[in-house]
Design a protein around this ligand. Structure first.
Ligand SMILES: O=C(O)c1cccc(C(=O)CC[C@H]2O[C@@H](n3cnc4c(=O)[nH]cnc43)[C@H](O)[C@@H]2O)c1
Length: 213
C-alpha cells in the first residue's frame, strides 16, 4: 500500500516521519498553510505517483469539552466551515447556495480501524467533524457560532478540505487525523501546546504505520 501524508509545515512532517521510522510505504509531503495550497500540492503529488490513500495530518484547535490538548481527532467528515456567504439570516454554506458541498464524508472503514488501534495504543482519540477554516478562530463568539452551526464539531485546522478535494478528484480515499495543540476560542498564543501535539502526532503516526502496512 502506498500512502501519501500531507502536513502543512516542516515540524509536523518531522513528527510524522519520526513516528513512521522511514517506512517505505509512506511519502510525507508539505501542503503549506491553507486549503488552496494544500489542494494544489496534493494534486501535484497525486499526479506524479500512484497512491492508495491520502492522509491530511497535523496539529489543530480542539473544541472545548470534545477534544482536549494533546488528544487526537479522526475526521468522520471534513467541512469547509467558512466557505459560503454571509447573509442577514446568518451564514450560508455552499450547499445552501447551490454550488456543490462544503462537506466531504470520509470513508468509514479506515478511520474505524485506525481509531481502534490508536485507542489500543493508549492514545486519547475522538471521532467527529474536522472543520477547515481560512482564519484561525480567535473569539468565544466565533467558536460558539461554529458549534451551533456544525453540531459535534471536534476540531478546526486549515488544510483538510483542500487535501480531501484533491484526493476526491484523483479518485483516492482520504482521511484527516489531527493532534490538538490549542483550544478553539479566544486568541492566546501562549496557551498553544505545540510540542504536546507534535508528540501525539508522532505516536499516532507510529500506529498508522502498524495498521496500514
Ligand atoms: O499564531 C498565529 O497568528 C497563527 C496564524 C495562522 C496559523 C498559525 C499556525 O501556527 C497554524 C499552523 C497550522 O496549525 C493548524 N492549526 C493549529 N491550531 C489551529 C486552530 O486553532 N485553528 C486553525 N488551524 C489550526 C493549521 O492547520 C495550520 O496549518 C498561527
Amino acid at each position: 500500500m502506498n500512502i501519501l501524508v500531507m502536513t502543512a509545515v516542516e515540524v509536523e512532517r518531522d513528527a510524522v516521519l519520526r513516528g513512521l521510522h522511514n517506512c517505505s510505504s509512506f511519502h510525507v509531503g508539505i501542503a503549506g498553510v491553507g486549503a488552496a495550497s494544500a489542494a494544489a500540492r496534493t494534486a501535484t503529488l497525486l499526479a506524479a505517483a500512484p497512491y492508495d490513500l491520502v492522509i491530511s495530518a497535523g496539529i489543530a484547535g480542539g473544541f472545548a469539552g470534545t477534544a482536549e490538548i494533546g488528544s487526537l481527532v479522526m475526521a468522520d467528515e471534513i467541512i469547509a466551515a467558512d466557505l459560503g456567504a454571509q447573509s442577514a439570516d446568518g451564514f450560508l454554506s455552499l450547499d445552501e447556495l447551490g454550488f456543490g458541498s462544503s462537506r466531504i464524508q470520509v470513508d468509514k472503514e479506515w478511520p474505524q480501524r485506525i481509531t481502534e488501534a490508536l485507542q489500543g495504543a493508549g492514545l486519547s482519540v475522538h471521532t467527529g467533524p474536522i472543520l477547515t477554516v481560512s482564519t484561525v478562530t480567535g473569539s468565544t463568539a466565533t467558536a460558539t457560532e461554529l458549534t451551533k452551526r456544525i453540531p459535534g464539531a471536534a476540531a478546526e485546522a486549515m488544510e483538510g478540505y483542500g487535501v480531501a478535494i484533491a484526493a476526491q478528484y484523483g479518485g483516492v480515499p482520504f482521511l484527516e487525523l489531527r493532534a490538538i495543540s490549542n483550544p478553539v476560542g479566544p486568541r492566546d498564543r501562549s496557551a498553544w501546546r505545540i510540542q504536546d501535539a507534535l508528540q501525539a502526532l508522532q505516536s499516532a503516526s507510529n500506529v498508522l504505520m502498524e495498521v496500514l502496512t
